[in-house]
Design a protein around this ligand. Structure first.
Ligand code: SAM
Ligand code: SF4
Length: 344
């Protein structure tokens, strides 16, 4: 193909929006920068994990290229995730490159905060606007048991550093499991509100095989948690929620919000505006289905031509599934992928 034909094809693809077969506009990408992690959360990973060999993962330059191509296709928001994004060397540099892409409205990041104390200021300076921080317990021993390796003090120091660095919004994410931490819902909420943080409670999803606990037995629905919170707080449904899986509530008398991510009890698929890219360069079209496209060969075989990878992304939209089919009463893993491979 001549260079001018390639350029005009790339331009005409770039003028497209990503619309899937159900009319949903995809303008949000969750980009996984590593499958590795310094924690081993009981709902996310098996204790003994094998991680990808280095040759199989995208370089920082390739991750930047993926982000740039999606922005050219109309994507407005990118979230860096993993695995634990802060264990990837050069994460600050990558964040700076992506945040500088013209056309991107917002770069955000999800972290376990174990290493955030030393990285928060640099990430904020690089252009990361908002953070999600995972925190499932405020009890040191319990926190260690849930993460298998994490130290609560490091995470609390990371949260403080993030507050000091001036992120526009910080949200805690808490996966709640019966018998493990459902008695901490009020304490976690009070901690969030006292520290000017939002908080979202997440129903555990059946991603990857774990034998540490029965997901079915430990399921706690968002409605049950909301009833617990209503004993102490007046919750007012938020009308300013963005498209996405979280349903938010304002807390009367407080500046912050409480959210619920309820893949089991309140299906949110009709609002889905997102896709994920794994650190191997696999475009995942749905959190709860295996439909995917391997972008890595297109990135590596055409290092100077974005047209093939753009065309593959545009074509993939027709294969985005309508919805996930997670079942709370089924204790088998319903997807072979763990969340750390998925880009949570
Ligand atoms: N390591 C970072 C962290 O923990 O925030 C980012 C990646 S982690 C996979 C992203 C989010 O996925 C975390 O908030 C975590 O609690 C959540 N998560 C992991 N496994 C899950 C599961 N099986 N069900 C629901 N949420 C899960
Ligand atoms: Fe690591 Fe995040 Fe998974 Fe926990 S939830 S094991 S911190 S990737």
């Amino acid at each position: 193909m001549t260079q001018s034909l390639t350029q005009s094809l790339t331009q005409s693809l770039a003028q497209r929006e990503l619309i899937d077969g159900f009319g949903r506009r995809v303008d949000y990408v969750r980009l996984s920068v590593t499958d590795r992690c310094d924690f081993r959360c009981v709902y996310c990973m098996a204790e003994d994990m094998t991680f990808l060999p280095r040759a199989d993962i995208l370089s920082l330059e390739e991750l930047h290229r993926v982000a740039r191509v999606f922005v050219a296709l109309g994507v407005k928001r990118i979230r860096l995730t993993g695995g634990e994004p802060l264990v990837r060397p050069g994460i600050e540099k990558l964040a700076g490159w992506i945040a500088a892409e013209p056309g991107l409205d917002e770069l955000t990041l999800t972290t376990n905060a174990g290493r955030l104390a030393s990285k928060a200021a640099a990430l904020r300076a690089a252009g990361v606007r908002r953070l999600n921080i995972s925190l499932d317990s405020l009890d040191e021993a319990r926190f260690h048991a849930l993460t298998r390796t994490g130290k609560l003090a490091d995470v609390l120091a990371g949260i403080q550093a993030a507050r000091d660095a001036g992120f526009e919004r910080i949200r805690l994410n808490s996966v709640i499991m019966r018998g493990r931490n459902e008695d901490e819902v009020l304490g976690l909420t009070a901690f969030a509100l006292d520290n000017n943080l939002d908080i979202a409670f997440i129903e555990e999803m059946p991603l990857g095989a774990i034998d540490e606990h029965s997901r079915a037995e430990m399921f706690v629905s968002s409605d049950e948690l909301r009833a617990t919170l209503a004993q102490r707080y007046t919750l007012v449904p938020a009308t300013d929620s963005t498209a996405g899986p979280s349903r938010y509530w304002h807390v009367a008398g407080a500046a912050n919000r409480v959210g619920f991510i309820s893949p089991h009890s309140h299906n949110f698929c009709h609002l889905c505006n997102r896709v994920r890219v794994t650190v191997e360069g696999r475009l995942l079209l749905c959190l709860g289905n295996e439909h995917s496209v391997d972008l890595k060969p297109l990135l590596r075989d055409y290092p100077d031509d974005d047209q093939p990878v753009m065309a593959a992304i545009v074509a993939a939209m027709d294969n985005k599934p309508e919805r996930h089919h997670f079942r709370v009463d089924d204790d088998s893993e319903q997807l072979v992928r763990f969340m750390n491979m998925t880009g949570g």
